[in-house]
Each structure stands twice: as structure tokens, then as C-alpha cells.
Write a protein that binds this ligand. Structure first.
Ligand code: ADP
Length: 489
């Protein structure tokens, strides 16, 4: 379990360094000592080795001291940056009003400087920096604009963009907190329509940038999906790539999942039938094995395309279909779902809130799982569905396009089909994809079962991702050594 979490980034930050070990890469994880993490350490009676440096860093005109808690016995090693004023707060990034904390630039400038200062303290034993999202996007900037100039030390950096929709956008005057000169605040630097854009700085100054799927790496270079950063991304396309996330198989495994009423494996799936029955019962729907049971688990956000589903369901309601939805978020989308459940009480059941055990039961108990996202950097739930033999029905975008191959009989026979997909974000197309899936379920159960069994064996473990990251790290280290050798020679 991650030390602190607001979303998928925490899972990646925990799972990737662990998987990298298998490829000979030794990482140190740096993270702020957020309240969640602090509580966990206190609860477990852990303090780590406390290190305090004897010099401060300047954040604006305030000298801030540097304190770390080092857990060197953990594999990988974790270094918490301790600064209670900045990090011991109820949420990592947002105040009670749901807006960014007013001092977020200072908080993450401090974090980035603290990381660099620790590395200097341990004598530059680090070969490469891997930064994630806007929170650490200043690290590549500091490496090039501060540390390389001050110390002559060149270390390569990689920036991973998990969702371009969150760029870290702040008023221009907050540049002061970073200690950087105004010469970085230009059209081809940190400036974005008069504001400070931290992610943009990372994109410009990192030696390589990647996103969490190959298709999303292409999509964010277009006006539809680039959220205003498409120009800068296209300009830097030679250093941009996509590497799919993996999923945590210790947590998502139908053979051992403690949240399921019955466990099962691809060779014996009778437990899946039991999961379906119990889920129908739990969600208050008629318990029938012949019905086509469709599931959705999602943040209720426009990004997730739930509006399409609300419209599409009316078009397929004539089929013997049931729908279960678990979600939390936008009030309007919740109301739409409640209306749908009222219109189709025998067919639709919705549950609002964040409920991890129920999420596992839905993934296991459903026949198919819908993700009609407008955009999806990687997406995890379609991969969980595969693992549980639940056929994903997705819009072909971002990571969904990279992980789900649309069913045809031929593709199934060639071991290629892994779900159903549609291209345009239109209710009619979603309805058609669900109807195609339902038709296969009703009329050709042998093929349906073959598909369901096949997807359970797909490999979405972190190994493939970790290998791709290890390769990229190596390239960056070698290129930096060559360039710095050339410039010294
Ligand atoms: P995103 O990170 O954009 O929300 P992902 O598909 O990458 O989408 O990851 C979402 C994760 O959150 C999945 O593990 C999903 O099962 C889980 N999830 C989303 N909403 C809920 C909920 N209401 N209850 C339980 N789990 C949820």
C-alpha cells in the first residue's frame, strides 16, 4: 500500500521502483512526508534515520531548513522530505475549497530543491532523476538552470506525464518562490499565457518525457487532447514516448482476492458464476445467470464518458441486460445515474461512494465492463477486467486503445481479440459496441467463454513497463556521459 495516495500516481510510484529491481535498477523514492504517510509511520512505530542538513534552501526570501527521514532498510529505499508546515495538511494538494493551496509553488519548489540537496549530500551517487507530473516538474529545470551552472554537474532527467489535464498552473509572480531567474519565464520556458506552468518547464528541460501509454503520447500532441500544451509537446516530440503502466497482481488476482465471495482461475471459472449471482443479489437486481451483466467503476467526471452511457443505455435496454455502477464525484452525473436506475429498476443499480471491496466484486461478478472515456492516459480498470475474465468494452482512446483489441471471430482465433471497442465518443457507437458484445454472449457462448478465458492470461504485470523504463534510463545515462565527455574533451 502506498504511504500516501490521491490517485493512480501513488500506485505507479510504489510499484515501478519495485519492479525495476528485477532489471538491476536501484531506486530511491523521494516523497513529502504528508499527513497520511506520517500517520502510517507513527502507527507502525517507525521513525527512520533523521538527517538534518546544516544549510537551508531559499524559497522566495525565506530560508527553509532541510530535514529528511531515511528508510534505507526498505527496498527500494524511501527518503521522506519532512516539513510539517508544508506537508502536514489534510490533503496533499488541495484546500477544503477544492482549490490548490496558495503556496503550492513554494511547497513543490522546496520539495524539488530538497531532493537535489540530499543528492549532493550523499555525494552525487545518483545517475538519473525520474520526476512525475507537475509536483516534481521543477527538478529537470533546476538540474539544467541551477545545478549544472553552479556545480558543473550534469545528470539526466526523465519526466513522466500521468495526465496532461493537471499542469500545475499558477500566477506568474509565484516564480519568485522557485528562486529561478526571470529568464526562464518565456514562451519556450515556464510561461503559459502569462501564467507559470510547472509541467511545461519540466517538458522543456527534461532530457526525455514520457506518458503512460503510446497512444496518449500521440494524442497529447493534438489540439483536442493537448490541453494547450500540444505545441510544446509537438516541438519536443523527438524526446517524447509512451510506456504503459502495469497492474499490481498481488492485489488484483481472482485466485486469491479476499474481497470475492468465491475465487476462481482461468482453468476453473465456476467461482465467477457465484460472484455474478451474489453481485446481482447484493445490488438488488433479479438474480439470473442468463442476463448480460455490465459493470462500471469510475470517478464521476466528464472525462469518463458516463453521459454517453446514460444515453446509450436507453438504446440497449430492450436486450436482456443489467448494469451496475459504482462511482463518486460530479453531482450532475450522479443525478443522471439515479434517474436511469429509477427508469429501469429491474435492470440498473447504482452505488455512490468509494468502496474498494465492492469494486473487486463488480470486476469479478460482471460479464463485461464499460469504459467509454473521452480520454484515458492509461486506465487501469480495463486491465483488472482482463485479469478477472470480464470483457472490457471501451472507447479506443489513450491506454484503452493500446490494451483492448476489438473482437472479431478471426482475431479471437488468432489470439488477438481482448474486448470490444468503438472510436467516436457518441452514444450510438457505445450502444452498438455493447449490443455486439451482448449478441456474442447470447448467441455464441463458446466464443464468449473462449474470449473471457483468453483475456485472463494477458500479461499486464509491471515487468514489461519496468524493462522499458530501465532501457530508457540507460540510454539517457549513456547519452549524457557521451555529451559531457565531448564537452570536456
Ligand atoms: P483514474 O486514475 O483516471 O481515476 P484509472 O482507471 O487509471 O482512472 O484508475 C481508477 C482506479 O480507481 C481503479 O483502480 C478503479 O477501480 C478505482 N476506482 C474508481 N472509482 C472508484 C470507486 N468509486 N470505488 C472504488 N474504486 C474506485
Amino acid at each position: 500500500m502506498p504511504f500516501s495516495k490521491t490517485g493512480g500516481l501513488a500506485d505507479v510510484a510504489q510499484a515501478l521502483p519495485l519492479a525495476l529491481y528485477g532489471f538491476g535498477v536501484e531506486c530511491t523514492i523521494f516523497t513529502p512526508l504528508y499527513r497520511q504517510a506520517k500517520k502510517r509511520l507513527v502507527d507502525n512505530g517507525q521513525a527512520g534515520e533523521r538527517i538534518r542538513l546544516d544549510h537551508p534552501v531559499w524559497i522566495g526570501d525565506e530560508a527553509q531548513s532541510l530535514t529528511y527521514r531515511v528508510f534505507s532498510h526498505l527496498k527500494p529505499q524511501v527518503v521522506f522530505i519532512e516539513h510539517d508546515w508544508y506537508y502536514d495538511r489534510s490533503h496533499c494538494y488541495l484546500g477544503v475549497d477544492g482549490q490548490d493551496y496558495a503556496d503550492n509553488v513554494a511547497r513543490y519548489a522546496y520539495f524539488s530543491r530538497a531532493v537535489m540537496e540530499y543528492c549532493r549530500y550523499v555525494d552525487d551517487a545518483f545517475e538519473l532523476f525520474h520526476a512525475h507530473d507537475w509536483q516534481s516538474a521543477l527538478i529537470p529545470v533546476y538540474l539544467k538552470k541551477l545545478y549544472a551552472e553552479q556545480t558543473g554537474c550534469l545528470k539526466p532527467s526523465l519526466l513522466t506525464v500521468h495526465n496532461i489535464g493537471y499542469p500545475g498552473l499558477f500566477p506568474a509572480e509565484q516564480l519568485y518562490a522557485t528562486g529561478l531567474d526571470w529568464d526562464v519565464f518565456t514562451h519556450d520556458g515556464l510561461e503559459y499565457y502569462g501564467q507559470l506552468n510547472l509541467l511545461k518547464g519540466g517538458i522543456v528541460w527534461a532530457d526525455a518525457v514520457n506518458t503512460v501509454s503510446p497512444t496518449y503520447a500521440l494524442e497529447i500532441q493534438t489540439a483536442e487532447q493537448g490541453m494547450g500544451l500540444e505545441g510544446v509537446l509537438a516541438h519536443h516530440s523527438d524526446k517524447l514516448s509512451g510506456i504503459l503502466n502495469g497492474i499490481d497482481y498481488s492485489h488484483w488476482n481472482p485466485e486469491t482476492d479476499p474481497h470475492l465471495p468465491a475465487n476462481y482461475a482461468s482453468r476453473n471459472r465456476s467461482g465467477k458464476k457465484a460472484c455474478k449471482k451474489i453481485l446481482q443479489y447484493e445490488m438488488g437486481l433479479p438474480v439470473r445467470s442468463s442476463v448480460f451483466l455490465l459493470g462500471v467503476i469510475s470517478r464521476l467526471d466528464r472525462q469518463k464518458g458516463i453521459d454517453l452511457l446514460l444515453d446509450a443505455f436507453g438504446r440497449i435496454a430492450g436486450l436482456d441486460v443489467q448494469l451496475v455502477v459504482l462511482g463518486s464525484g460530479d453531482r450532475k452525473i450522479q443525478n443522471g445515474l439515479t434517474d436511469l436506475a429509477t427508469r429501469f429498476p429491474e435492470q440498473v443499480s447504482v452505488e455512490f461512494g468509494y468502496d474498494e471491496p465492492l469494486a473487486h466484486r463488480i470486476i469479478a461478478g460482471c460479464d463485461a465492463f464499460a469504459m467509454p472515456s473521452l480520454y484515458e492516459p492509461c486506465g487501469l480498470t480495463q486491465m483488472y477486467s482482463h485479469r478477472y475474465g470480464t470483457v472490457p468494452i471501451v472507447r479506443a482512446t489513450g491506454g484503452l486503445k493500446d490494451t483492448v483489441v476489438d473482437y472479431t471471430a478471426r482475431r479471437l482465433n488468432h489470439g488477438q481479440a481482448s474486448g470490444f471497442s468503438f472510436s467516436e465518443a457518441q452514444p450510438a457507437q457505445l450502444a452498438e459496441a455493447i449490443a455486439r458484445a451482448a449478441r456474442l454472449f447470447f448467441t455464441d457462448r463458446r466464443s464468449w467463454n473462449k474470449l473471457s478465458r483468453w483475456i485472463m492470461r494477458l500479461d499486464h504485470s509491471w515487468n514489461a513497463s519496468a524493462e522499458a523504463y530501465a532501457r530508457l534510463y540507460q540510454q539517457l545515462i549513456e547519452t549524457t556521459q557521451t555529451t559531457s565527455g565531448a564537452s570536456h574533451g
